[in-house]
Design a protein around this ligand. Structure first.
Ligand SMILES: [Zn+2]
Length: 92
């Protein structure tokens, strides 16, 4: 089987399709799609913690992976309506 790219929920996911039964085995990329899907339906609760003089919120590992957030990376925060948005620079 040759690896191929499939479009799942508008996201490219690598995988392999069986030539006989057309069954698709997705690579770990599918985790990204599943995390996005989950977050759309069920918002995740994150706790605000104290760190010195600041209050911090942690980005759960699965969200870090889904959005490819790396340690030390600078993210952007802004307000949209009543929502506080955290985004990567590439999304501006
Ligand atoms: Zn098969």
């Amino acid at each position: 089987m040759k690896p191929k790219t499939f479009l799942v929920d508008n996201t490219s996911v690598r995988g392999w399709q069986c030539t006989k039964c057309k069954n698709i085995d997705y690579s770990d990329d599918i985790e990204k799609v599943l995390t996005m899907k989950k977050l759309k339906k069920h918002p995740m609760t994150i706790k605000v913690r104290e760190l010195g003089d600041s209050e911090v919120i942690a980005i759960p590992k699965e969200v870090q992976h889904a959005f490819a957030v790396k340690k030390g990376e600078r993210l952007f925060m802004y307000v949209e309506g009543k929502k506080l948005i955290v985004t990567k620079k590439s999304e501006f």
